[in-house]
Write a protein that binds this ligand. Structure first.
Ligand code: SF4
Length: 325
């Protein structure tokens, strides 16, 4: 029987420090593009404001419930893959899953409620009611995703080829598209038995996000750049929707790579155009306008900076989207 060390991941993600470090130089990533496309002011706070203001740094780390579930699942999978070489029997799997919910999640919940430095939920920060049903759904997502992870054919395949055929797991890697440095992190990439490169993306949501295609193309660009495959057609990305579970394979082609390159170049150019000094990667808040979309602002980590009087946003949002209490 495989024994799994039940390590409780740190409540406050160590990746936070890494993110602050990466913000000092301009580097393209799918999440950077996503943030910019959502709101230029949010982008300013996320990549420039955090370098100067500890409160902006703290707000950036807030995690909404759904994101929290995703981080718990991802970090649990990462810990498991780092310390195991075989799928454990069902009782061990269940013990791990329960410890994640009863130890880690409970600890983070209490820390968030306490409001001291460390893990903090968006909902606690902005005193949004969390129903008992919401908590049940959250725990259900985590448990179901992890149970399906242990049953997933991708995990079986990854263990079958052994660790020596694994190409990347959760490392932050970088490469260039023309003069643009690009950063990305793959959940898992391995060479399968037929010598194909398989790039796995574990997902806890039910469907692909808005910029999923870009992210996938970024993975493929990196694989091509590293020479993992002789041609694009030897690479495929696997979207593992663990909650269903459902596995969607996207094969890569040369036109997909070409489109991705153009997309990254154009996106980086648009972001850099708003900088005060692109060479030193410095920005001024006034060059990054706020958006006028209360529905998005209500769910934004930085909303207390843009709307110090919360009621101003609430009144407008009530009028526009009429949410029911
Ligand atoms: S609260 Fe709205 S305007 Fe302000 S940063 Fe967030 S999304 Fe942008």
């Amino acid at each position: 029987m495989t024994s799994i060390p039940v390590t409780v991941a740190p409540a406050f993600s160590e990746k936070a420090e890494e993110k602050a470090r990466d913000a000092r130089a301009f580097a393209w990533s799918a999440s950077r593009h996503d943030t910019f496309a959502t709101c230029p002011r949010k982008y300013y706070y996320s990549y420039y404001g955090i370098l100067e203001d500890p409160e902006v740094q703290r707000l950036k780390q807030l995690s909404a419930l759904a994101l929290w579930a995703g981080s718990v699942v991802h970090e649990t999978i990462e810990d498991f893959l780092r310390t195991n070489d075989a799928i454990p029997d069902p009782t061990v799997q269940e013990a791990l899953i329960r410890s994640v919910v009863h130890d880690r999640m409970l600890k983070e919940w209490k820390q968030s409620e306490g409001g001291t430095n460390g893990f903090r939920l968006f909902e606690h920060e902005y005193t949004q009611p969390i129903e008992q049903e919401d908590k049940k759904i959250l725990v259900g997502i985590v448990m179901r995703s992890l149970r399906n992870f242990f049953k997933s054919p991708l995990l079986r395949e990854a263990f079958k080829v052994r660790r020596s055929a694994w190409l990347s797991m959760e490392e932050l890697v970088s490469f260039h598209v023309d003069d643009v440095p690009v950063f990305l992190r793959m959940d898992l990439a391995f060479r399968d038995e037929r010598d194909r490169v398989r790039i796995v993306d574990w997902k806890t949501g039910r469907r692909a996000g808005k910029f999923n295609e870009v992210q996938i193309a970024g993975y493929a660009l990196y694989a091509a750049e590293k020479g993992w495959a002789k041609s694009a057609t030897e690479i495929s990305t696997e979207l593992a929707y663990l909650i269903w579970p459902r596995y969607v394979r996207k094969d890569v082609t040369q036109p997909v790579l070409d489109t991705a390159r153009r997309f990254v170049t154009r996106s980086a150019k648009t972001m850099r155009a708003l900088l005060n000094d692109p060479d030193s990667n410095t920005a001024r808040i006034e060059d990054f306008p706020r958006i006028d979309k209360p529905r998005i602002c209500r769910r934004c980590n930085f909303r207390k900076l843009c709307f110090p009087r919360a009621e101003a946003l609430e009144v407008r949002s009530t009028r526009r989207s009429a949410p029911k209490p």
